[in-house]
Write a protein that binds this ligand. Structure first.
Ligand SMILES: *Cc1c(COP(=O)(O)O)cnc(C)c1O
Length: 428
């Protein structure tokens, strides 16, 4: 079991980064104004999951039959949450601020079918708190995050048959929230819509952990001090697509790793930030030869506080065989480590990919900082972390982080590779 102290420590840290005293997030008109799960209305349509073709799933392109929506209007408050046909779409006025000023935020989570036959979420309270925080930064209508979580669980029970029964597969959950009013004036939102849609997804790569190279972008900046890089707001993502596609066309790298320039003129002093939708970790041999360290950039306001990032830090600190730090990492330090053969592993992490091995960073001038990746090395941090996280997500190892949303013990499910790895058993 994950020890309770480990879990409550996670709750405390969460409140540190979701500060209620930050003036940017203080427009809380009292969460007394919220919708209630008890008022949920269902208008169900005929299910179509029988036609689901797992082999040909492409990420984010197949959706389940129903959508959850709830709407708020200033003066009238929240309406009743509804579960209704996704095919009926959303009705958005052409003047809605979301269409003009990007007044929207979102979340990404997954539901997994556990080896015990129960549908399960992974640390959903963290996603609910993060959505709440993003929405407050945009002055969208306030609500109780716990009520939204209960509505989500109800939607998942309605769509239970869409939960793929196969290792590596899951139901991706996309909650989103936007300003749906009728005015193109730039001002406080007058209407807010919350919606949740579900999409069955497979593993990022069919063949297990396949490394990719990232383009080390020393020109574009994803987020900056005083900005909103720590919120999952739509406006952070639209500008990243052009650099990502250009990097792919020029260097063949599917993703970009952003950096933050320093005030000095040396490129080596720039610091590593994160990827378009993944946090990034490095494993380095320490310079004095006294072991290895796991490093990721700190939550300084420019980094999205990933649930996977937090989980990896907690697991690694718990295992205690690596020095774990959240610290600024300069390009110069990475170049030196790579040149000395001390850059052991790089991996990205996020809900969509869980853990993504990275075997090199390519600079604009073609210089590549190589990090070896050996898929057969099951003792690498990349491999151990992947295993430990998925063991918890599919409930091969019991943990408070895995939250069931149904009781349906349909039948004992034998999922492939159901032997938990030693790390997970020893570590938790
Ligand atoms: C969503 C996201 C992540 C990953 O967060 P998780 O909670 O682990 O899914 C990392 N970086 C950015 C920029 C993101 O948008």
């Amino acid at each position: 079991m994950l020890q309770t102290d480990l879990y409550s420590e996670s709750m405390m840290t969460k409140h540190v980064c979701v500060s209620k005293h930050d003036p940017d997030f203080s427009d809380r008109r009292g969460a007394a104004e919220t919708f209630r799960t008890a008022n949920l209305e269902k208008n169900l349509t005929s299910p179509t999951h029988a036609s689901l073709d797992l082999e040909n799933l492409r990420f984010g392109q197949t959706f389940t039959d129903h959508l959850l929506t709830v709407e708020h209007t200033v003066g009238q408050g929240w309406g009743r949450p509804q579960i209704r046909a996704l095919a009926d779409g959303l009705h958005v006025h052409p003047a809605a601020p979301v269409l003009h000023y990007g007044m929207c935020c979102f979340e990404g989570m997954k539901a997994y079918l556990g080896v015990d036959g129960r549908g399960r979420l992974f640390r959903p309270d963290m996603n609910m708190d993060r959505l709440h925080r993003s929405s407050r930064r945009l002055l969208l209508a306030d609500y109780e995050p716990d009520e939204l979580l209960e509505c989500l669980k109800e939607l998942l029970r309605v769509e239970r048959a869409w939960l793929p029964e196969r290792e590596g597969y899951s139901l991706y959950i996309r909650p989103f929230m936007f300003s749906s009013g009728h005015s193109i004036g730039i001002g406080r939102p007058t209407s807010t819509t919350i919606a949740i849609m579900l999409s069955p997804v497979g593993p990022y790569f069919q063949t297990g952990l396949t490394p990719i190279k990232l383009f080390l972008d020393e020109r574009h900046v994803r987020a900056w001090p005083g900005g909103v890089g720590d919120c999952k707001v739509g406006s952070n993502y639209a500008p990243t697509i052009h650099p990502q596609i250009t990097a792919h066309e020029t260097h063949g790298t599917p993703q970009v790793l952003y950096t933050m320039p320093s005030s000095s003129s040396s490129k080596d002093d720039a610091i590593v930030s994160e990827s378009g939708a993944m946090n990034v970790f490095f494993v380095l041999d320490k310079e004095d030869g006294s072991g290895q360290q796991l490093i990721t950039p700190p939550l300084d306001g420019t980094i999205l506080p990933g649930v996977t990032r937090d989980s990896i830090l907690r697991l690694a600190r718990h295992w205690a065989d690596y020095e774990v730090s959240e610290a600024r990492i300069t390009i110069g330090r990475l170049r030196k480590a790579a040149a000395e053969g001390r850059l052991r592993e790089i991996f990205g992490c996020g809900t969509a990919c869980i853990v993504q091995p990275i075997n090199g960073l390519v600079r604009a001038d073609g210089e590549t900082l190589e990090a070896p990746f050996d898929a057969s090395n099951i003792t690498s941090m990349t491999a151990r972390m992947t295993r430990a996280l998925t063991d918890i997500q599919y409930a091969r190892v019991p943990s408070d982080w895995s939250v069931p949303f149904d009781d349906a013990k349909i039948e004992e499910k034998e999922l492939a590779g159901a032997e938990p790895c030693d790390d997970a058993v020893m570590g938790l």
